[in-house]
Design a protein around this ligand. Structure first.
Ligand code: NDP
Length: 282
């Protein structure tokens, strides 16, 4: 019997890298689907990123993720970008296509896929809280998925205006910026409220974005990007009112599903991947 000891390689470059659970989720999917693939979590300092990408290229990696602080810097080392990654201006998933390394962004795609289990973004009026890397990706993908209007609400006006302008000018959706000073009143007629700031991120789990909760309506869908823990105080308040919700764990899992599809061509089972995170108590 002949053996093949050459496992296809994937992984992640980030700093810090140790607390990133993606490896557990992706390798659970590889095992479940009988793929002899590896996902190697690597701590890569900013000054070493070029060497790391050249290393991945030399070793024939099928692809890899990039997280903080490499999502923008990695672009200089790639051969091309997918359509939404070009608009977003950041890459979190690199895919080898032939001898080229192409940058994609699955942050927003994973969010939209998770949200679609609850509601169709097409024609919807969206309020997007935040204008950082995650919000930018989510806003662009919501627009590309057919959202009609996106209001970007952010503490820093400069970042908020930039993201609103980007969506308005480079996608079919209308977008505008609203300042976030004091408790934000959600406009009447909003269909989907998305929280994409870092407020409430572990260990600060009791913090809640500053919203006037009396303006939340049961007809609104509420989505949160925070994945640890997935049931945030905002989602709990929304569920108590009868709103449908989508959590950050769904976003994380679906990002992984999309990445695995890019690399292997396989449709990974999201339940297996979610279960891997649940077992880690994330
Ligand atoms: P960034 O640092 O790029 O952006 C942070 C955002 O949060 C900015 O809009 C910032 O506003 C805002 N913010 C921070 N503190 C406050 C505060 N006290 N009040 C109001 N706004 C605040 O981070 P990312 O965009 O990369 O990440 C944001 C969140 O999304 C994180 O919690 C991350 O874990 C989550 N995420 C989840 C993913 C998933 O798969 N579930 C994937 C990627 C990210 P300002 O511009 O004013 O500073």
């Amino acid at each position: 019997m002949t053996h093949n000891f050459l496992s296809p390689l994937t992984g992640s470059f980030a700093m810090p890298a140790a607390e990133n659970p993606t490896v557990a989720m992706v390798e659970a999917a590889y095992r479940h689907h009988g793929l002899d693939w590896r996902y190697i979590n690597c701590e890569v300092a900013p000054e070493d990123l070029g060497d790391a990408v050249r290393g991945a290229r030399a070793m024939g990696w099928a692809g890899f993720n990039c997280s903080i602080p490499h999502k923008v810097a990695v672009i200089a080392h790639l051969d091309g970008l997918g359509d939404s990654a070009r608009i977003i201006g950041a890459v979190n998933t690199i895919v080898r296509r032939g001898d080229q390394l192409i940058g994609e962004n699955t942050d927003g795609k994973g969010f939209v896929r998770a949200l679609e289990a609850v509601t169709d973004p097409k024609g919807k009026r969206v309020v997007l809280l935040g204008a950082g890397g995650a919000a930018r990706a989510v806003g662009v993908e919501m627009a590309l998925a057919g959202a009609a209007e996106i209001i970007v609400v952010n503490r820093s006006a400069a970042r908020g205006e930039e993201v609103a302008q980007l969506i308005d000018q480079q996608t079919p959706a209308r977008a505008s910026y609203q300042p976030w000073d004091g408790s934000y009143a959600i406009p009447e007629g909003t269909d989907i409220l998305i929280h994409a700031t870092s407020v409430g991120l572990f260990p600060d789990v009791d913090s809640m974005p500053d919203l006037d909760l009396s303006t939340l309506r049961p007809s609104m869908v509420v989505a949160d990007g925070i994945h640890n823990p997935p049931l945030t105080p905002l989602l709990r308040a929304a569920q108590a009112l009868g709103c449908k919700t989508a959590d950050g764990q769904g976003m994380l899992v679906n990002q992984g599903v999309i990445g695995i599809k890019y690399w292997t061509g396989i449709d990974a089972d999201p339940e297996v991947m979610r279960q891997a995170l649940v077992e880690l108590k994330l």
